[in-house]
Design a protein around this ligand. Sequence first.
Ligand code: FMN
Length: 154
Amino acid sequence: MTYQIIYSSDASIPMQSDELEDLLEQAREHNAQRGITGALVYVDGIFLQILEGEAATIKALMARISRDLRHEAVTVLQEGEVPSARFSDWKMAYIGATPEQLADWLCLPGTTPVVELFDGMRRDSSRVEGVAQSVLSVLSADRSDPASGPQGRA
Ligand SMILES: Cc1cc2nc3c(=O)[nH]c(=O)nc-3n(C[C@H](O)[C@H](O)[C@H](O)COP(=O)(O)O)c2cc1C
């Protein structure tokens, strides 16, 4: 069985692309060593991360991530055993999403403020599954499109 945690958090200070690259480089190296896979979505200063791997490993990483001063208001939206790792092709994929894109994943109007989108997910975790599925679809489509840029989706 694979353990999965999906959480959201607010960047303490809006992240610049070089800071995000450093974070992803560090995360991917660490995750590769521990069989952790997943995806990180960044929308207007808010993170959504999906982590998958062996239960103890994922819980230990989550404890470290929660202490990280680069973000705050870390809120677990969904956690538990899943039949298999869905993001096994990515040590930590990255999507810089727009609020409109996130709204689309949640089947909400594109004009919905991003804070409301995340509040909705925090209140109703059943929405989170749909978002995870959409993230996976975007990544899979990207991978099969040779014209798509690298975007650091390792
Ligand atoms: C939004 C966010 C996502 C992160 N994702 C990961 C990750 O997937 N894997 C990882 O090893 N570290 C990740 N980190 C970094 C960890 O919080 C931590 O800095 C890193 O694991 C090193 O921990 P240490 O300083 O206790 O050794 C993330 C940090 C943030 C702010």
